[in-house]
Ligand binder design. Structure first.
Ligand code: ANZ
Ligand code: ZN
Length: 893
């Protein structure tokens, strides 16, 4: 095979992609015992890979390749999160059906992934919009239903009054959904189709009872120490467990109305009572009072501005602590799905209540005082805990103690824990999702579709101007009741696509199974996912739903694990001039164009070298080019060597050869540590450093054949996880038959303290530079480097191991004392730096390390170097040498 002169990325990359595919290099054998499971969040097939995808997938690919070379079995699968609204919109826009559009996008993205060189086991590909996948969504839904984890109940939905249709949150544009914007004054969104402001309605919807798992999911977070703290915090916050109390306020003709409070100690300051518009009591009051009804209807929970609005009902509730009658309001800031939907208003100690009371002239009463100092309660609520005042028998009690006593004393008070987490509303009124496997029968009510009739397949797509297209397909809707055989209508809701992604990682372990969603034994062996990588935008919902579904599947006995993801890494953003790349900002760099121009290896090397995976970084043309040039240099060096054009010797043991040999080892250690901890940028800095060392070696000396070859073989393998194509080419050039993708990870040959040796050489070079600089030396003829005498090493050792009286301990040694003043001076220096002393290399190792590095000094400073032991050197120079810090004298020409 002739020698290739220039690096032709296009030819090299497509060649190796084909060969990998032919040899099925990335297949995970089914009989693997416990492969390293490396998973990137599977994409929504939107059409083209963007930089965020490319970064995400390069991270897992590099790590998976690294693990494979370490000798691990690796599971690195890929699939398509392919249901969802954008496909439905795109289909309507382009007058095709969502399926066709989705499949086209998948084809395109898959081709792009292949040309990026991502090593996936395509035998395990999952496409969630295919019946062979979504039937298992339906099957799992049924099992959850049987366990009481799926139910149909009233839920708040976004409603467009003009289109007369329910909108998913993503269909509400330019603001918050009504459900989100309660009382906090955010702008309400509009319908994506017609621009009408969206309203909120209560309709029957399907829910999964994630709240049953709230405590488990919360407590489980404590053990997720492979997750970023920020994400664990976000999950805790989302679940939002609050310890508090419920207590009843009596309302004439109605009975007790329960409120939830975290501050029962403030009950003597409850000067009003407030109900959510949807509360039962509100409903019963408006039923008798049309005027009140109209007023309540004008309460707009979506109103702009911070002002809290309410309507006085004319009724009063009895404060159980004070016996006072306090006015009952219906107020927009009381949420119907929080606590009990009713609250006791304590304007003195709660900010929202304070705002409301100021607006409606309600008494603001201070019942808790700080331990010290005064507060102006009319100006601002005092929200901290403190000592009770104006609270009868409880005056003087601390807040916490008062709460305990009040729970005891008040008849209706009871401890209660509440959560921010709501049940998971999975109903979507749209076409492109998993049909919920239910049939509504007039006689039997909702009936589950029998397992043997699954999947309930989506019918052909029929575009409709408004509403859910599924409702318009008569052949789908009209069916028979599986129980009584009578006429029935199919459920037309489809599932939230988060359902699809909440268990796909289990399916990857046995994607072909047609009788079960996944193989339980295999999942038990292979799960959890060892390394999960994906965008922080999924840090709450997707991860929480996956954790919930995994636990629920565990509880129906199908898997033994609690947590699906052992480690989770949220990759940072790819930015352009400091702003995240996004098509809406129009600042995207197309991965496809970069691949065409520079090749996948260049793009991968630049991205992984620019920053560690969790950090944001700026895309720069300069960085891309420098990565490309580096690859060119590596390629050239290997090709020249392989072609016999590099002059070599078999000298073997010259200091320079020894130096290079040890640097190869040091690089292996450091690069391995970098990959191991996902610090790919550090790993690459090391691997690139080795390549540049080899070039200097080639320039400075006629390299020793074995050492040089080992250097190249090492560099190629260390770079293989990130630049897989060019390193295959190099590996073959170096005479290997197999794939570098399957090669063994390089191993060190010398057992040495590489870090300390490097540090010594680096510090010494730094010192030389400093002297040349300070002394303004223009023409150095020789550098004299003197290493410290053995006795100073001993003194250092004594000092390090002394707790106190360093000088005394050092001078207690006979042969050190005999050295008189020199030893005493050094002992004093050691005492002064006692806190920061660190071990140095043994004297002979120090000398040998510098001996090996001599050529670097000669090369850099372009003069001769004389390395001496202290007893061979002039006293006045030798005196300055200390362990780890040789003395330096520069002789001018
Ligand atoms: C009286 C009280 C006094 C409260 C006080 C707080 C401070 P946070 O505030 O986040 O800890 N609450 C109860 N039900 C509610 C509902 N349906 N809609 C809106 N707010 C409601 O959450 C707990 C507090 O939220 C509860 O404690 C209650 O106000 C309010 F100095 O009760 B508190
Ligand atoms: Zn029936």
């Amino acid at each position: 095979m002739g020698r290739q002169d220039t690096y032709d990325h296009a030819a090299i990359e497509s060649k190796w992609q084909e060969r990998w595919a032919d040899a099925d290099v990335y297949r995970t054998p089914d009989d693997a015992t416990d492969p390293s499971y490396v998973l990137a969040m599977f994409p929504y097939p939107s059409g083209d890979l963007h930089m965020g995808h490319v970064r995400n997938y390069t991270i897992t690919d590099a790590y998976a390749r690294y693990q494979r070379m370490r000798g691990e079995d690796v599971l690195h699968p890929m699939g398509w999160d392919s249901f969802g609204l954008p496909a439905e919109n795109a289909a309507i826009e382009r007058e095709i059906n969502p399926r066709e559009w989705t499949m086209d996008c998948i084809d395109t993205m898959k081709a792009q992934m292949k040309s990026m060189g991502f090593g996936y086991d395509w035998n395990r590909e999952i496409t969630t919009c295919e019946p062979d996948y979504y039937r298992w969504n339906q099957w799992l839904f049924k099992r959850f239903y049987e366990e009481g984890l799926a139910e149909r109940k009233g839920g708040e939905v976004n409603w467009c009054p003009s289109c007369e249709t329910v909108l998913a949150d993503e269909q509400v544009e330019g603001g918050e959904t009504p459900a989100e914007s309660h009382g906090d004054g955010g702008a309400v969104g509009v319908c994506w189709r017609c621009g009408t402001p969206v309203e909120s309605r209560v309709l029957d919807q399907w829910f999964l009872s994630i709240t049953d798992y709230a405590d488990e999911l919360l407590d489980g977070i404590d053990d997720l120490d492979g997750w970023p703290d920020s994400v664990r915090g976000m999950q805790r916050n989302w679940i939002g467990r609050q310890e508090g109390t419920t207590v009843e306020f009596a309302v004439p003709d109605f009975g007790g109305v329960e409120v939830f409070t975290t501050r029962l100690d403030t009950i003597h300051g409850a000067t009003f009572f407030a109900l959510a518009p949807g509360h039962e009591l509100t409903q019963s009051l408006v039923a008798d009072d049309p005027e009140l009804e109209t007023q309540v209807e004008t309460l707009d929970p979506d109103a702009d501005g911070d002002e809290k609005r309410g309507v006085f009902t004319g009724e009063y509730a009895k404060n159980p602590a004070t016996g006072e009658e306090i006015p009952i309001y219906v107020a927009d800031f009381v949420l119907s799905d929080v606590g009990t939907g009713a609250l006791m208003g304590v304007p003195g100690h709660d900010e929202r209540d304070h705002d409301f009371a100021s607006e409606y002239d309600i008494e603001i009463r201070q019942v808790v005082a700080p331990e010290e100092g005064e507060v102006d309660i009319d100006a601002e609520a005092y929200t901290d805990e403190g000592v009770l005042v104006e609270s009868g028998d409880y005056d003087g009690a601390a807040s916490a103690a008062a709460r305990e006593r009040l729970v005891e004393d008040l008849d209706t008070a009871a401890y209660h824990t509440q959560y921010r987490l709501r049940d998971w509303l999975i109903s979507r009124q749209r076409y492109w999702g998993t049909p919920i496997p239910v049939v509504h029968c007039e006689d039997c009510g909702p009936v589950l579709v029998p397992d043997e009739d699954l999947p309930v397949e989506l019918p052909e797509f029929v575009p409709t101007p408004t509403g859910n297209p599924l409702e318009e397909v008569d052949s789908f809707v009209h069916t028979e009741c599986p129980e009584c055989g009578g006429p029935a209508e199919r459920e037309t809701d489809t599932m939230d696509t988060f359902m699809d992604s909440s268990w796909y990682f289990l399916r990857f372990t046995s994607p072909g199974r047609e009788d079960v969603p996944f193989d339980t034994d295999r999942a038990n062996d292979w799960m959890p996912v060892d390394e999960y990588v994906g965008g922080i935008e999924h840090a709450v919902m997707h991860l929480l739903y996956s954790r919930f579904v995994t636990r629920a599947i565990g509880d129906i006995g199908m898997v033994d694990i609690d947590e699906p993801f052992e480690h989770y890494l949220a990759q940072g953003m790819v930015q352009l001039e400091g702003t995240a790349m996004s098509s809406s900002k129009g600042n995207v760099v197309s991965p496809v164009e970069i691949m065409d121009e520079y090749g996948a290896d260049t793009a991968r090397l630049f991205m992984m070298g620019a920053a560690r995976p969790s950090k944001d970084f700026d895309w720069t043309e300069r960085g891309v080019r420098s990565s490309n040039e580096f690859i060119g240099r590596l390629f050239e060096m290997v090709e020249a060597f392989a072609a016999g054009e590099t002059a070599t010797t078999d000298a073997g043991e010259r200091p320079i050869d020894e130096y290079v040999a040890r640097e190869i080892d040091a690089t292996i250690d450091e690069t391995t540590a970098g990959y191991e901890s996902f610090r790919f940028n550090d790993a690459l800095r090391e691997a690139r450093g080795l390549v540049s060392l080899l070039r200097r070696y080639r320039e400075q000396a006629t390299p020793d054949y074995d050492t040089f070859e080992r250097g190249l073989r090492t560099a190629v393998r260390l770079l293989a996880p990130v630049t897989p194509h060019v390193t295959e080419e190099c590996w073959t050039a170096l005479g290997e038959d197999g794939f570098v993708a399957e090669a063994d990870w390089p191993e060190t040959e010398h057992d040495a303290d590489h870090a300390a040796e490097r540090q010594l050489v680096e510090n010494t070079r730094e010192d030389v530079r400093h002297i040349i600089d300070v002394a303004d030396i223009e023409n150095a003829a020789a550098i004299e480097v003197v290493v410290a005498p053995e006795w100073k090493h001993r003194a250092l050792d004594i000092a390090i191991h002394s707790d106190e009286d360093v000088v005394g301990n050092v001078m207690a040694e006979d042969d050190l004392r005999e050295r008189g003043e020199a030893a005493a001076d050094y002992a004093k220096d050691l005492a002064a730096e006692h806190q920061s002393l660190s071990e140095a290399l043994a004297p002979e190792k120090e000398f040998a390390a510098l001996e090996r590095a001599k050529w670097l000094f000669e090369r850099e400073f372009d003069c001769s170097v004389r390395l001496e032991r202290a007893d061979e050197a002039p006293d006045d120079i030798a005196r300055e040498a200390t362990p780890g810090r040789p003395a330096i004298e520069i002789h001018e020409a």
